[in-house]
Design a protein around this ligand. Sequence first.
Ligand code: SAM
Length: 217
Amino acid sequence: MRLRNVKGSRETIAANEYAMHLPEEYESYKGCWNKFFGNNNPIHIEIGMGKGQFIMDLARMNPDINYIGIEKYSSVLVRALEKRPELETKNLIFIRMDAEDIVKVFDKNEIERIYLNFSDPWPKDRHAKRRLTSTQFLNKYNQLLQLDGKVIFKTDNRPLFDFSLEQVEEAGWTLENYTYDLHNSEYVEGNVMTEYETKFVAEGKPICRMVISREEN
Ligand code: SAM
């Protein structure tokens, strides 16, 4: 993804009540995110939320679920913050961090669902570990997902999707369902579109989606 530096984005995030960017702050909530939200509702996260349309729509539709959007780049996250005041509920916050460190932020069984939408493909073999569906990342998700928790992954990138199917098997996860063409499948009902998805669907590209889980942690 091509990134344009947005001047002052770090300062905007630092001053915003709905965003965290200091490890000492967001890591201090490990194991007690429910106290942060002030309730015992389930917590769903999106890793690589971009400008945040998807997670904001979900937060609006599901006030009884707490949402945390994770994004690596300040210049992208500020775009989500511009829209955040439109949402009147308190069930959504953002963290600016690299998902590499996710196990420092969430404790065992703390997360019910992880969304990965149009994750960066990292096409070179030597970068495969950085793909958010690699076994390295699945092992991290294993350390924070509830027993019945799920990872839901959407992409237009068929090589990344095929790689991910292999990784799911290698990591011993369960493939609950998958499709190579979400918008022409039975699974489309209730689908919430992301920014990238809207663009790709308009271009006529098929969207792949998988739902995965694991039996033990
Ligand atoms: N999910 C959005 C959508 O579907 O419209 C954005 C997709 S964009 C292609 C991928 C996003 O993931 C980018 O904003 C990128 O900065 C973010 N990202 C990639 N790797 C990440 C990581 N390791 N940790 C956090 N965010 C990451």
